[in-house]
Write a protein that binds this ligand. Structure first.
Ligand SMILES: NC(=O)CC[C@H](N)C(=O)O
Length: 223
């Protein structure tokens, strides 16, 4: 299976995401945000964490207009697998590929710590290797991680099983404790915690590896 990570000016988890995928035995290219097309043989796109364009205006609001995003949106509309991690999640929301918005943490402080989460849905392309309701720990590192959805939008997310992860003890004020979601078709996901920073014991735990092995399992089931 072939992955690609998009590098924006200010991305800082691009190499971590590439390392995570490669260390699990898969091919992963880095693509520059100014490219206007994707290589034909890419199976999954990762939008990495970081501070694209210095988080100016709003996190992800400028990166959303990077030339490559048009190709990413088309890829997603054709059913291609896309996952946005932290700043990548912010970019997907700004692009309209996922519902809701990410606002400043309710403490107004940047939070960097290990965070307990619950796997709310383990039958998706991104979570199928986890157990249902499994409690996992992943690092979080964000200033704008306070996910907002309206009550009506939440009802839709719930009914369509689009909530992937929830926080055990909500660190940032996110609506309904939501830490990660997918779109209604199930091929685009976004999450604030960093699975790519938790793939080996030496990193403090490997609960994040299953996000990537889930993607591979789902892909192998499709081909
Ligand atoms: N780790 C990250 O991706 C940081 C995300 C984002 N720029 C924020 O601080 O909210």
């Amino acid at each position: 299976m072939k992955f690609a990570v998009i590098v924006f000016p200010g991305s800082n988890c691009d190499k971590d995401a590439q390392y995570a995928v490669e260390s699990l035995g898969h091919n992963c290219r880095l693509l520059w945000h100014k490219d206007t097309s994707l290589p034909k043989d890419v199976d999954c796109i990762i939008l990495p964490g970081g501070f694209s364009y210095g988080d100016y205006l709003r996190s992800g609001a400028i990166a959303r207009f990077s030339p490559i995003m048009e190709a990413v949106i088309k890829f997603a509309e054709r059913g291609g697998l896309v996952i946005g991690i932290c700043n990548g999640f912010q970019i997907l929301l700004e692009s309209g590929l996922l519902p809701g918005a990410l606002m400043k943490n309710n403490s107004t402080k940047f939070i960097c710590k290990r965070q307990k989460l619950n796997v709310a849905n383990n039958s998706t392309a991104f979570t199928n290797k986890y157990k249902r309701n499994e409690e996992i720990t992943l690092p979080i590192a964000h200033g704008d991680g306070n996910y907002y959805v309206s009550k009506d939008e939440y009802k839709k997310l719930k009914e369509n099983n689009q909530i992937l992860f929830t926080y055990s003890d909500n660190p940032n004020g996110s609506s309904f404790d939501i830490a990660g979601i997918c779109n209604d078709k199930g091929n685009v996901a976004g999450m604030m915690p960093h699975p790519e920073r938790a793939i080996e014991e030496i990193l403090g735990g490997k609960d994040g590896a299953k996000v990537f092995t889930s993607i591979v399992k789902n892909f192998q089931g499709r081909v």
